[in-house]
Design a binder for this molecule. Structure first.
Ligand SMILES: [Zn+2]
Length: 64
């Protein structure tokens, strides 16, 4: 799994409002994007069923 400042794990706190893509789904040629607000906790991904997901910020942060 990539480990840059653009990726976040399930259980971490969301730092920016934005759209986050599940990288596990991406590996399976699916696109699962969740919109999360600052202060929330990154959830597990229902689409791929992982409890230890990795998300990548897509689009622009601080979008309302
Ligand atoms: Zn997923």
């Amino acid at each position: 799994m990539p480990n840059s400042s653009d990726t976040f794990k399930t259980g971490e706190i969301v730092l920016f409002d934005g759209d986050y893509e599940c990288l596990l789904c991406r590996q399976m040629d699916k696109t699962t994007v969740r919109t999360l607000q600052k202060g929330r906790i990154f959830p597990s991904c229902e689409a791929c069923g992982t409890k230890d997901g990795t998300y990548r910020l897509t689009g622009r942060p601080a979008r309302k």
